[in-house]
Design a protein around this ligand. Structure first.
Ligand SMILES: [Zn+2]
Length: 539
């Protein structure tokens, strides 16, 4: 009986009499006597408080997120968006090798996987819907790599097609954090669903049921009342809710769009977009951007082949600067008011501030997105959050300027002399050629140090190095010695070398000659602009 709150005790008795077989009742009644003192206190409390009426449901059904169901949510309730799980980064060292790994809380990732939708009304009543697809995987530690957690969840799903009451009880315990025994699960008569089972939480604050909808999938619905409700009323509400469940056939398989509160989420292969742009701009923005970023990711893969399987990357686009600043501060713990785009590895989220709706402003938004999304891509593709600035920023700037073919949905690199990087190099190529060897070993602090102009110059030098290595070295025989710089850097960091060590190995014997080689390249680069690396093998 431990762990059950006193005010709910009288309800336990009712439940036991109703749901338990004869033999069990005697034992339970004995337990109840031990609680008699608690019961009398609780009964008094209930007389004073009375029971609140249960909330009502909306008149019509609406799509329940991406669950493939339409349901009647709580009347005058707002959808509560799913939280973004927090990542924890750990450094590791093995002999002279070191690196960083990102871990997530296992249960947090599992909860996110199972959670479907949640609504909350003004009084604080909550309705939660979840898919019941697997038990929370078990690992040695609470924290693990996200990919491993997700693989374990996938594996667990196969074993959870027709769950037993024991399995359902375990699932409910894991989902709610409350201990549920299998005899707390009992059949529940409800129309419009194939099967339903009530979960007895032993109190009037929560009413929950598992149900198998007509698409054959098991799901979980839970009302959490702001004030305790009569069990009879709560169960009537649950019956009413279940009789309103409809399988939603309109949900498209290619990309699903879900609106929760002021945020709309769209999933496409490889990306999850979230935006609070005004509804009038939202649809077109999501449609164009999601298609565009699929093309962008193909370009990232081509230039920097992934070393591991990529998950879905989240991009959150804000309409409003104040909201962007507040969210960025909240999730990174740092003041980011000077930024308009930000990759936050601890939440694995890309934050972009929309620059406006006219053509030039849209172009600027996409430029920021292409740059920041490369940082995100590199993190996922290599599993490493600590790359050399020349490599990481150089490539992010390289992808700022691309030419897009909407027909083929592909992008190609584009040298734009009106752009600040190419434009600056064109004005004084020697300055940037000489700067490249100096930035190779700069860490974050050194790279971002100095005046704004000095910082910009370092970005431009990183861009110049990348342009040369990605386009010039493969195009002209005389730069063949530089062809291995990028592959070697990636190979060494993948093997656990630090960015400094990998840079040293990759640039061995090439640093001093770089300025002269770059100057030659700059003068004949027209013959290199169209070079594209071959498609990487699928991974
Ligand atoms: Zn950057």
């Amino acid at each position: 009986m431990v762990g059950r709150a006193a005010p709910s005790a009288p309800k336990i008795r009712l439940n036991f009499l109703r749901w338990c077989g004869g033999n069990d009742i005697l034992q339970r009644m004995k337990n109840m006597r031990e609680m008699s003192f608690v019961l009398s206190v609780a009964a008094l409390a209930i007389v004073c408080q009375g029971m609140a009426a249960v909330p009502s449901l909306k008149g019509s059904a609406e799509p329940a997120g991406a669950m493939g169901l339409k349901v009647r949510p709580l009347a005058s309730a707002q959808a509560v968006p799913a939280p973004t799980p927090e990542a924890k980064r750990y450094g590791w060292k093995r002999g002279s090798e070191s690196g960083e790994v990102t871990h997530h809380d296992v249960r947090e990732i599992w909860l996110l996987h199972e959670r479907g939708c949640q609504w909350k009304d003004r009084k604080g009543n909550k309705l939660t819907l979840a898919t019941v697809s697997s038990l929370c995987p078990e690992f040695e530690y609470d924290h693990e790599e996200r990919a491993k957690i997700e693989a374990a969840i996938k594996e667990g799903t196969a074993a959870f097609k027709e769950p037993t009451n024991e399995q359902l009880a375990k699932w409910a315990s894991q989902f709610t954090g409350k201990q549920i025994a299998s005899d707390a699960i009992s059949s529940f008569a409800a129309s419009r669903v194939l099967e339903a089972k009530l979960v007895d939480f032993g109190g009037g604050a929560r009413c929950a049921a598992f149900f198998k909808s007509k698409d054959g999938a098991w799901r979980y619905a839970e009302f959490l009342f702001a004030q305790e409700a009569k069990e009879r009323d709560a169960q009537r509400l649950m019956k009413q809710f279940l009789s309103g469940v409809v399988v939603d056939k309109t949900k498209s398989a290619a990309g699903s769009v879900v609106t929760e509160g002021k945020w709309t989420t769209m999933k496409v292969p490889g990306y999850i977009f979230k935006t609070d742009l005004p509804p009038s701009q939202r649809g077109a923005f999501l449609k164009d951007t999601s298609r565009y970023m699929v093309a962008m990711q193909a370009a990232y893969r081509r230039y920097v082949p992934p070393q591991r399987k990529l998950g879905d990357s989240t991009i959150r686009v804000f309409a409003d600067k104040a909201d962007y600043d507040a969210y960025a501060k909240d999730t990174t713990g740092e003041d980011n008011t000077r930024s308009i785009g930000l990759w936050n590895p601890s939440r694995e989220e890309l934050l972009i501030l929309n620059q406006g709706k006219d053509v030039a402003e849209r172009r600027e938004t996409m430029k920021i997105m292409r740059h920041e999304a490369f940082h995100q891509y590199l993190f996922y593709a290599t599993g490493n959050g600590n790359h050399a600035m020349w490599f990481n920023e150089g490539h992010a700037c390289f992808f700022e300027n691309v030419m897009y073919s909407p027909k083929k949905n592909t992008v190609r690199f584009y040298e734009d002399l009106k752009d600040r990087r190419a434009g600056a190099v064109a004005e004084d190529p020697e300055k940037y050629a000489n700067l490249v060897p100096k930035i190779l070993y700069m860490n974050r602090a050194a790279f971002y140090g100095g005046t704004l102009q000095a910082v910009n110059d370092k970005y431009t030098a990183a861009w110049a190095a990348t342009y040369f290595l990605e386009k010039g070295a493969p195009s002209f025989e005389e730069f063949a010695a530089y062809r291995n710089v990028l592959p070697t850097y990636l190979k060494e960091t993948a093997a656990g070398k630090s960015w400094e060590e990998a840079t040293k190995i990759a640039w061995e014997g090439l640093e001093a000659g770089f300025p002269a080689a770059f100057m030659k390249f700059w003068n004949k680069r027209a013959g290199a602009r169209n070079y594209e690396p071959p498609e990487p093998k699928a991974k």
